[in-house]
Design a binder for this molecule. Structure first.
Ligand code: AOF
Ligand code: ZN
Length: 367
C-alpha cells in the first residue's frame, strides 16, 4: 500500500512535484557536467513513493534512481522529471525504456532536453508506448537550473560568468578580494556551482587565495591560472600544499614557467596568445558547462582578457550604468553582497548612498 510509504507531500499539483525534482537535482550541483542536473519523483495516490537525482556523468539518470526507490509502486504511478527522459544510449541506457518497463501511467516533464540526441524523441517514445505525457511544468525554473548545460548545448561553449568584488571608488580594474574571500561566504558558495574558475597569476604570492569549500566531497572547480608575459623574473609561484590536482596554467612562455610547474605536477598549456576563446574551447572539450572568471588581481594580463570579453558580449548596461557609480568615494569599509548587478534596485541603492560612502560591491554577471 503506497500510503504506508514515507512521503512529504504538500499540495498535490504538478508544479509542486516538479519543484521537488529541481530541489533533488540541485543536490548534485557542480558535479554533473557535461550532463545536466536532473531530479525525479514517482507519485502514486498523492504520495511520493520514489525519488532520485542524477549524481554524476556516467552514473544512472534520475529516473533510474527514482524507479529503483519506488520498486513495484511505480506501476500505474506518475513520474515527474525536471528534464525530458532520454531515449538514447549514452553512457547509460535510455530512461524512456526504464519508465515503460516499470509501467508508469503518466510522465510529467519540466522541459524538453535541448540535447539533439534526445530533443522531443524521449517524449515521442513515451507517447508511442501509450503513456500520457505532460510537458512544460515549471519550465523556467527547470531551464534556470540547467542554464549552463542548455547554453552549452545551444552554443557549443560553456557559460561564462564574471565575478567581481570592487570598491565604489575603485575603477573597474582596481579589484579587491582578500577580505571577501572567507570560506562559506558569498564567493565560496558561488564557486561550488562551477566547473572551472579562471584566475590571474598575480593573485598567487605563495598561496592560492581561493575560498573553495574545505568540506569533504565539496565540488572543487578546476583552477585555470592565466600567466601572461611569463619571464624568468616574472615567475608564477604556487604553494604546492595549497594546490589540488585540479590546477592548470595557461601561459605564453613555456621556457620561463613550464619546467618548474611540471616539477610540482602542474599541467601547463603554452599558447602564442592567451584569450578567452581559447580557454573556453579548452573547457568545452573537457565537457565543462560553466566557467567563472574571477576578476581579482591587478595585472594587465587580466585587464585585456576582461576588456575583450566585454567588447564581445552584450554587457553595455554594466558599462554605462554601473561603472560611473564607482567613480566616487575613497576607502572601502562596507560590504554589500550584490547577487546580480542586473537588478536595478541595487543600482538605485548605490546611487542614493552618495559619494562619501565607502562601499564594496560583490557579485557576478553572466556573459
Ligand atoms: C535523463 N535523466 O538524469 C539525465 C539526462 O551519457 P548519458 O547516458 O549520461 O546521457 C547524457 C545525456 O542524457 C545528457 O546530455 C542529457 O541530454 C541527458 N541527461 N537525461 O533522462 C537524467 N542526466
Ligand atoms: Zn536518461
Amino acid at each position: 500500500d503506497p500510503s504506508n510509504r514515507e512521503s512529504d507531500v504538500g499540495d498535490c499539483d504538478d508544479g509542486f512535484y516538479i519543484r521537488k525534482c529541481v530541489e533533488l537535482a540541485r543536490k548534485a550541483v557542480g558535479f554533473t557536467s557535461p550532463n545536466p542536473m536532473v531530479g525525479c519523483v514517482i507519485v502514486k495516490d498523492g504520495k511520493i513513493v520514489g525519488q532520485g537525482f542524477h549524481p554524476k556523468a556516467g552514473q544512472p539518470h534520475a529516473e533510474v534512481f527514482a524507479l529503483r526507490d519506488a520498486g513495484d509502486f511505480a506501476e500505474n504511478a506518475t513520474a515527474y522529471v525536471s528534464l525530458e527522459p532520454c531515449n538514447h544510449f549514452g553512457r547509460t541506457p535510455p530512461c524512456t525504456e526504464a519508465l515503460i518497463k516499470a509501467k508508469v501511467k503518466k510522465v510529467v516533464v519540466g522541459m524538453v532536453d535541448p540535447n539533439p540526441l534526445v530533443e522531443s524523441k524521449g517524449l515521442a517514445r513515451l507517447r508511442d508506448a501509450g503513456i500520457e505525457v505532460v510537458v512544460g511544468v515549471e519550465e523556467e525554473l527547470c531551464k534556470s537550473l540547467n542554464e549552463a548545460f542548455v547554453h552549452r548545448m545551444l552554443t557549443g561553449k560553456p557559460l561564462l560568468t564574471l565575478r567581481y568584488s570592487l570598491s565604489v571608488n575603485g575603477n573597474f580594474w582596481n579589484l579587491l578580494g582578500d577580505r571577501i574571500t572567507e570560506c562559506g561566504g558569498y564567493y565560496s558558495r558561488l564557486l561550488q556551482e562551477y566547473d572551472a574558475v579562471i584566475l590571474s597569476s598575480s593573485l598567487f604570492s605563495g598561496k592560492v587565495s581561493l575560498p573553495a569549500s574545505q568540506e569533504p566531497g565539496a565540488n572543487q572547480p578546476l583552477r585555470i591560472i592565466i600567466h601572461k608575459d611569463a619571464t624568468s623574473s616574472n615567475k608564477i609561484s604556487l604553494d604546492v600544499n595549497e594546490v589540488t590536482d585540479k590546477v592548470i596554467v595557461f601561459t605564453d612562455n613555456g621556457i620561463a614557467t613550464a619546467p618548474e610547474l611540471a616539477k610540482k605536477g602542474i599541467e601547463t598549456v603554452i599558447l602564442d596568445q592567451i584569450n578567452l576563446d581559447v580557454i573556453l574551447d579548452y573547457c568545452n572539450r573537457q565537457g565543462m558547462c560553466s566557467v567563472l572568471l574571477d576578476l581579482r588581481g591587478n595585472s594587465s594580463e587580466f585587464e585585456e582578457l576582461v576588456k575583450e570579453g566585454i567588447q564581445k558580449k552584450n554587457i553595455s548596461k554594466f558599462v554605462t550604468e554601473i561603472l560611473p557609480i564607482w567613480n566616487r568615494g575613497s576607502e572601502t569599509d562596507l560590504l554589500i553582497p550584490v547577487k546580480s548587478l542586473d537588478q536595478g534596485i541595487q543600482v538605485e541603492n548605490l546611487k542614493s548612498m552618495g559619494s562619501d560612502q565607502n562601499v564594496i560591491i560583490e557579485g557576478h554577471f553572466k556573459f
